[in-house]
Design a protein around this ligand. Structure first.
Ligand code: F6R
Length: 612
């Protein structure tokens, strides 16, 4: 949560900072701000409450440009300490206004540090934990330290997680930054260098990046980048190239990123399968570098949408490989007393690769010696460095806060893992593996068909939500995790209370919610216990529910009983959850748009949850 960006070089700093913030806005949009070093040796600081467009307006309205600017930092905020206000917006200034700081994360000992600073005469202007850093730095700068020296010392005083960047009016052309757990990358340019919370922020300017490891700090200027370890020792590291192009983070004719990313799902699935699925059905996961033959048990840890992908992974792994799978919400698992042994494979799923709870769950799993496989969309992310092996989903960057294409790609990656485990354990004959490979290869086409089918019938389904005050999503078997995911999508972007339930369990409580203002979305398809689900849906109709049936177009009974149908391509078991997911994403999108909401930036949320 929160995005930070930094620039040194003097060619174009305000442009870089604003573009970087635009691409990081998914990380938080409570306020935004920037600080730039001016030619006369001072700072210009602009901060605005609300989404980035407020800051954009302030930049545009500023009289007479910024002149020569040699370095700057910017921030987009997801509030933790102190409500969204201009006073609490970053950058924060130290006493005397000679140092400015932006921060992502939480400084856990800020209260103690604040008390000590107040006793030493420092005055605080905000309620944030970040302001202590600005004062600690300025105290050291006044005592004659350079910014890098002061920064190194201050990092040692901070507890918690953070990525921080700072500039000083007395050291033009330099940005200093450091991190502990929270993400930070350096972008390498010609005569200019960059910093950001994530690679997508800088894709318009460079494709060469340098990782900053947890505990390290970095000093950038237009001509050099210096990394240092926790003791100040110089660190040498090879840069890496990112092949995502800048267009991947543009809207490309869509009205919003969610819509764009929903429509990118056939491509996301194809890319995730590419090179990993031979014609003969043999899965090639050699890139992961883990010997899977000794796996006796699997534990999946993840949050939110990634957790739902994990539930589908359990289904496939248990069915194909006959290995027991536990799926745990990472924020709970990290505080459990985990059971396992070296034969346990821990699968940590995280689109961003940054989710604090998932990273902590991985650490908890280390206690029993399990090997860790990370399933992530983000090369070079924190989780890839914690894990023993990495399986990348290759969807390109996902900008919309609500996950869509990364979910289907995670499911496909887990299916590949299930097939590979089945092969290693000899639990499926070669012919069945070949069949599964053929089925999976059809997935992009089936998803594409479904996108087209749903586009023509969405309006009727959306209209059922005009007066809705809540919604139930019902599915059985493999459709149950999809029901959970559909409910999550609807509530997070349309703010409508929604529950995903196993259809048969509904009678044990949620049926009390049913009346004409509680639409029921029911999931049908091959291998999802259609008949049983139908009976359950009739039970809700008898209590006044209006039903949206998500079903293949030739399922006449489902169509006749329902008030609206969202048609899906008929698909085999390996593909059913993928095609059932698409209409639920589109429904959530349609309902949210109908309510006039910003689908890409739902309130209170941020894309990467880097706090507990
Ligand atoms: C929902 C959503 C979240 C994330 C969750 C985990 O649409 O996006 O529930 O799935 O915050 O994030 P990652 O996968 O980055 O660990």
């Amino acid at each position: 949560m929160c995005g930070i960006v930094g620039y040194a070089g003097g060619k174009r700093s305000v442009e870089v900072l604003m573009e970087g913030l635009r691409r990081l806005e998914y990380r938080g949009y409570d306020s935004a701000g920037l600080a730039v070093q001016l030619e006369d040796g001072g700072f210009e600081v602009l901060r605005r409450v609300g989404p980035l467009r407020e800051l954009e307006r302030a930049v545009a309205e500023r009289d007479g440009g910024f002149g020569l600017v040699r370095a700057g930092i910017g921030h987009t905020r997801w509030a933790t300490h102190g409500r969204p206000s201009e006073r609490n917006a970053h950058p924060h200034l130290g006493n005397g206004g000679r140092v400015a700081v932006v921060h992502n994360g939480i400084i856990e000992n800020h209260q103690k540090l604040r008390g000590d600073l107040e006793r030493r005469g420092f005055e605080f202007r905000s309620e944030t934990d970040t302001e202590v850093v600005a004062h600690l730095l300025s105290e050291r700068l006044e005592a004659g330290m350079s910014l890098p020296e002061a920064f190194g010392e201050v990092m040692g005083l901070l507890e918690g997680t953070f990525a921080i960047a700072a500039i000083s009016a007395d050291e033009p052309g330099t940005v200093v930054a450091g991190r502990r757990q929270s993400p930070l990358v350096v972008g390498l340019g010609e005569g200019e260098n960059f910093l950001a919370s994530g690679v997508p922020a800088l894709l318009g300017f460079t494709h060469r990046f340098l990782v900053v490891e947890s505990g390290e700090m970095v000093v950038i200027s237009g001509s050099e980048v210096r990394l240092a370890g926790p003791g100040g020792e110089p660190v040498e590291r090879e840069p890496f190239e990112v092949e995502w192009d800048a267009e991947a983070v543009e809207l490309g004719g869509f009205s919003d990123y969610m819509s764009k990313e929903i429509h990118e799902q056939p491509r996301a699935v194809r890319a995730t399968l590419d090179g990993r699925l031979g014609e003969d059905g043999v899965v090639d996961l050699s890139e992961v570098g883990l010997d899977l033959s000794g796996v006796r048990r699997v534990v999946v840890v993840a949050c939110g949408t990634a957790y739902h992908a994990g539930l589908l992974g359990k289904y496939y792994i248990e069915r194909y490989a006959r290995v027991p799978v536990e799926v745990a919400v990472a924020s709970e698992y990290r505080y459990s007393d985990p059971i396992g042994d070296p034969g346990t494979l821990v699968v940590a799923i995280s689109q961003s690769g940054e989710t604090t709870d998932t990273l902590a769950a991985v650490e908890a799993a280390r206690s029993f010696g399990g090997r860790v496989l990370a399933v992530t969309n983000t090369r070079g992310s924190l989780i890839t460095r914690e894990a023993d092996g990495v399986l990348l989903t290759r969807t390109g960057p996902e900008i919309c806060v609500a996950a869509t294409k990364t979910f289907v790609a995670q499911v496909v990656a887990l299916e590949l893992l299930a097939m590979e485990l089945a092969r290693c354990r000899g639990t499926l004959p070669d012919e069945r593996l070949q069949e599964l490979a053929t089925e999976l290869r059809l997935a992009p086409e089936r998803i594409q068909n479904t996108l087209e089918l749903v586009s023509c019938s969405l309006e009727q389904a959306v209209s059922l939500f005009e007066e809705a005050r809540c919604c139930l999503f019902l599915g059985r078997g493999i459709a149950y995790p999809v029901a959970l995911e559909g409910a999550l999508k609807l509530k997070e972007i349309s703010y409508l209370p929604a529950e995903g339930y196993p259809a048969g369990e509904m009678k044990h409580g949620p049926i009390a919610l049913i009346d004409e203002t509680c639409p029921v979305v029911a999931l049908f398809g091959d291998g999802v216990h259609r008949e049983k689900t139908l009976s359950n849906v009739y039970e809700t109709m008898a209590r006044g529910a209006r039903v949206v049936a998500v079903a293949p177009p030739d399922d006449r009974e489902a169509a006749q009983m329902a008030s609206a149908v969202l048609p899906v391509a008929r698909a085999p078991e390996a593909v059913v959850p993928l095609v059932l997911t698409v209409p639920l994403q589109m429904l959530a999108h349609g309902v949210a748009r109908e309510r006039g909401l910003d689908v890409d930036k739902p309130r209170n949320l941020a894309k990467s949850v880097t706090v507990e």
